[in-house]
Design a protein around this ligand. Sequence first.
Ligand SMILES: *[C@@H]1O[C@H](CO)[C@@H](O)[C@H](O)[C@H]1NC(C)=O
Ligand SMILES: *[C@@H]1O[C@H](CO)[C@@H](O)[C@H](O)[C@H]1NC(C)=O
Ligand SMILES: *[C@@H]1O[C@H](CO)[C@@H](O)[C@H](O)[C@H]1NC(C)=O
Ligand SMILES: *[C@@H]1O[C@H](CO)[C@@H](O)[C@H](O)[C@H]1NC(C)=O
Ligand SMILES: *[C@@H]1O[C@H](CO)[C@@H](O)[C@H](O)[C@H]1NC(C)=O
Ligand SMILES: [Fe+2]
Length: 474
Amino acid sequence: MRSVGYSLLTWATLTAILNSSSATVRYQPEQVHLSFGEKERSIVITWSTGNKTDSIVKYGGGGQLLQTKTGSCSLFVDGGKKKASQYIHRVTLYYEDPDSLQPETKYYYHVGSELGWSAIYWFLTPPENLNGWAPSIAIYGDMGNINAQSLPRLQAETQAGIYDAIIHVGDFAYNMDDYDGEVGDEFMRQIETIAAYVPYMTTVGNHESAYNFSHYRARFSMPGPYENMMYSFNMGPIHFISFSTEYYYYLRYGFKMLVKQYEWLENDLKEANDPANRTARPWIITLGHRPMYCSNRDDDDCTRIKNRLRYGITPLRLFALEDLFYKYSVDLEIWAHEHSYERMWPLYNYKVYNGSYDQPYTNPKAPVHIVVGSAGCQEKVDSFNPLPSWSGFRSSDYGYSRIKVHNATHLNLQQVSDDLDGQVIDEWWLIKEMPRIKFPLADELFSSQSNSPSPQKVGNIEQNHLRDSFEVEK
Ligand SMILES: *[C@@H]1O[C@H](CO)[C@@H](O)[C@H](O)[C@H]1NC(C)=O
Ligand SMILES: *[C@@H]1O[C@H](CO)[C@@H](O)[C@H](O)[C@H]1NC(C)=O
Ligand SMILES: *[C@@H]1O[C@H](CO)[C@@H](O)[C@H](O)[C@H]1NC(C)=O
Ligand SMILES: *[C@@H]1O[C@H](CO)[C@@H](O)[C@H](O)[C@H]1NC(C)=O
Ligand SMILES: *[C@@H]1O[C@H](CO)[C@@H](O)[C@H](O)[C@H]1NC(C)=O
Ligand SMILES: [Fe+2]
């Protein structure tokens, strides 16, 4: 009799196990990454779980996780057939909170809930005096899940502590929405090895266009109200501005955000040029995915004089960015999309404005453009047309750039070749002896008119631009 009771129990247990195993639970946190938050010094920690859980970060200096901060999560549903879902958790650590972050401290942390914790990661906080901070940043575009050639080197360098942040200038995973979002999940796991240690700041690219950029908007946590599409942030003496070049090409998603962005850009640039701000943060660097200039052999828009970003949308030249960035003395414009590295001479309207012939980048008389889209993806690298007079150096090696801002007058840039085992193949200094350089044509060009288009002009032009991006996707 005893044995019958025993086997009945076993049967009941077995049935229960069989029933429940028809759907797995996914409480385990994954895809952990950091970003700078709304307030200077604040750090946002973002991660995903398949099933809904609490959103908790346990952290502390000195290796003990004695502090706790909770946040919230939101449901993200992929637009594909499977409607794959995940919860995206966000917790923000503020410097201002009592007992929160201290300057220049190494914090250890893990994320999760009572249902499961991640591994332990760490990050370093900036020093007390932000204006005297000399941060070091790795920057690249166009990194995929397949053939992410630069990633192992970036993993080694980031975990060795040589970077204060990483900036990814568009085109992630190739593509985050593929296979019902599995490619995005795998890519986010891949970059966890760098993005969980330093803020991973992002710019949107054309590969994020699916479902109106929903994966890009949902997965990252950049500051500002525009779901990562446009925002600015400060790092020591640098004011970074990240924006969407894709609004110029995916006009089928509507003109509204393009109009909004142009307004936002002008306001942000104005504010950054307020004398107190420009003195505290003399460097203004823009981040946009598709370039205004490039000399690649592929007939992309950046090879054309009437490039939409540079020249504006024809025929009225709406939202032209070259004049806007020139007017507000942007120092450096960083682009990607072309799978190569290219450094231009100081440039405005296809004319070179060297500081001097021997030292083109000392007190340059126009912004400097670089293209850094060769981190590595399944589309390989791009080749070049003959060297134009406005281009200084080019390479189709896989790799990424490093920026180190030394102070208000000296910015150091390096291009690392992964093909050549990490060798620096281009190194140069951007130097300005006066923190605020007004470019020579600024006054005469912009004294009178405002470039902001009227709503009526926009309405007319919208009719002519319902077709999509016309170039080969890359
Ligand atoms: C966990 O999520 C899956 C779908 O992602 C769902 O089918 C399952 O019911 C969830 N389980 C619990 C316990 O919430
Ligand atoms: C795409 O998203 C933007 C907000 O980022 C919204 O204004 C626009 O209407 C959307 N377009 C479509 C076609 O859904
Ligand atoms: C300008 O300075 C103010 C006051 O420090 C600051 O709140 C603001 O974010 C700055 N704006 C820009 C665009 O740097
Ligand atoms: C700008 O400087 C570079 C480097 O010296 C030089 O090769 C180039 O010809 C210069 N361009 C002009 C227009 O002076
Ligand atoms: C700025 O940095 C450069 C390069 O490290 C250095 O040569 C220069 O002396 C520094 N300037 C000041 C004012 O510290
Ligand atoms: Fe691209």
